[in-house]
Design a binder for this molecule. Structure first.
Ligand code: ADP
Length: 488
């Protein structure tokens, strides 16, 4: 264990996969190193499981599914609530593990644990609000009833940028619905997943209900999940490219699928915006998690009348942002997750500046070295730049100047993606007009932060399928069954 990671409860640092209620090493004893992106230190060696272990976990989930589905919603709710309480009791440790393995500032990590538990809490309640229907029968001697039933075993694959919340957002509704699961966390952040498994064990979930399998061979593990007939649903958050693979692989067994994929979010600032609100919203949306979220604003369209004032105010705030190790006091931006992520940022900046973009602040690797990058504001962005069509996934605000509302909307919609979109204006009719015109799953005005368990989270077009959280989230894990009774 890394010397820098000191936990109140060291038993939360689990390093083996959680299969059928037991923490188990990979059969051949293979492990992989989990590193702290702030300093490259190895935090722990974790079980490097593979396709066979996924298959074992599916066996366990399949064995558990009938008895779990037969529990009452109230019983499931009580265990979920226990899990929620244990997460909150251990928030400091969960946040420390999260910061150590992915680098986000500790305060942000705590925010993520609260966000993560909000889904457990919410679905503990939603479990008890699943209702079927009694229909008006078209026949005098037949009754028509609609049942909602758990879909069965589901496979979940999660990313590194929200190592806690992306797990609870998928597992809680599924478990609440009466399903059992096999989850593969991102290889960069297995420790947050295993800490959640340990707390789930303590909460009293029966064995096999939640299985978490760690490992480096994501393609083989994903393939096994997709190919198995017993897995009736796949839920995935990650890149559009991997989403396509999973969808293709699920075709043979006709699985239900939920995908939360790339974003390329626009953020539009109209002349009639409140400048302070727009700058604060832009910072909240852009620089959270060092720009490494799929709802981070990737393209900022700023109307010509407010453009220069907005640039000056944004650049001033961004230049003050403290970059460093997430455990350091006052740090608001940690390292980029890995070299690959860092290289993409450099590539986007080089491409943009070669095509006429102007760096107002930042634009270079941070003097701290490693994968730290300067918070950046770049003006003069144009549609031929890579950062127009691809997510930078880093702390780079790219500003495009525009004159007319319709031009900003057309540019904002000119992407294969459609996850989150933001805009700032104080004109109420424009709020309705623009909200309706933006082809996104989530359209947000006059704020940069909106995620919560209450709102349906998800995208359109290449940003995905299905919605997570909210009153709609549990339906993704249920089948609708028509029950007809004749001769009555
Ligand atoms: P990112 O670029 O954010 O790492 P990915 O889509 O590559 O996004 O990763 C998200 C999750 O998908 C991780 O858990 C990763 O291990 C997993 N993954 C990557 N490739 C595949 C694949 N071919 N099949 C299944 N899962 C995969």
């Amino acid at each position: 264990m890394s010397a820098s990671l000191i936990l109140n409860d060291p038993t939360l640092l689990q390093t083996n996969a959680f299969i059928d209620g037991v923490f188990t090493a990979a059969p051949n004893g293979k492990t992989f190193a989990v590193r702290n992106p702030a300093n490259g230190e190895i935090i722990a060696e974790v079980a490097d499981c593979g396709a066979d272990d996924i298959a074992r976990a599916i066996d366990a989930a399949d064995t558990a599914r009938h008895s779990w589905a037969a529990t009452t919603a109230k019983e499931r709710s009580a265990i979920l609530r226990k899990w929620n309480d244990l997460c909150l009791e251990n928030i400091d440790d969960l946040a420390a593990i999260l910061t150590a393995e992915m680098g986000k500032p500790l305060a942000e990590a705590k925010g993520e644990i609260l966000y993560g538990t909000s889904f457990i809490d919410w679905f503990a309640e939603e479990a008890r609000r699943v209702t079927g229907d009694v229909l008006e029968s078209p026949f005098p001697d037949k009754k028509f009833i609609v049942l909602k039933q758990p879909i069965g075993v589901f496979g979940a694959i999660t990313p590194w940028n929200f190592p806690n919340a992306m797990i609870t957002r998928k597992v809680s509704p599924g478990i609440a619905a009466g399903c059992t699961c096999v989850l593969k966390p991102a290889e960069q952040t297995p420790l947050s997943a295993l800490a959640l498994a340990e707390l789930a064990r303590r909460a009293g979930f029966p064995k096999g209900v939640i299985n978490i399998v760690t490992g480096m061979d994501a393609p083989a593990m994903g393939e096994t999940l997709c190919a198995d007939e017993r897995v009736r649903k796949i839920t995935f958050t990650g890149s559009t490219e991997v989403g396509r693979i999973l969808m293709r692989q699920s075709a043979d067994t006709i699985k239900k699928i939920s995908l939360e994929l790339g974003g390329n979010a626009p953020l539009i600032v109209f002349d009639d915006a409140d400048l302070t609100e727009a700058v604060e919203g832009a910072i909240a949306s852009k620089y959270r998690n060092a720009g490494q979220t799929c709802v981070c604003a990737n393209r900022m369209f700023v109307q010509s009348g407010i453009h220069d004032k907005f640039v000056a105010a944004l650049a001033e705030k961004v230049a003050e942002m403290k970059v460093g190790d997430g455990f350091e006091e006052g740090v608001v931006q940690g390292p980029i997750i890995d070299q690959q992520g860092f290289d993409k940022i450099e590539r986007h900046i080089a491409d943009a500046t070669a095509k006429g973009g102007v760096v107002v602040t930042g634009g270079k690797p941070h003097e701290k070295g490693g994968t730290f990058y300067q918070p950046t504001v770049l003006t003069g962005a144009t549609r031929d730049m890579q950062l127009f069509s691809e997510e930078t996934f880093g702390p780079v605000a790219a500003l495009f100047k525009f004159d007319k509302e319709e031009d900003a909307i057309a540019a904002a919609n000119d992407t294969i993606f459609g996850l989150a979109a933001y805009f700032f204006t104080k004109d109420v009719s424009r709020i309705f007009r623009v909200s309706e015109a933006l082809e996104y799953g989530m359209v947000v005005s006059n704020t940069g932060a909106y995620s919560s368990e209450v709102g349906p989270f998800g995208g359109v077009k290449a940003s995905g399928l299905g919605r997570e959280g909210s009153k709609y989230g549990i339906d993704e894990f249920m089948e609708i069954k028509l029950m007809v009774i004749g001769g009555v």
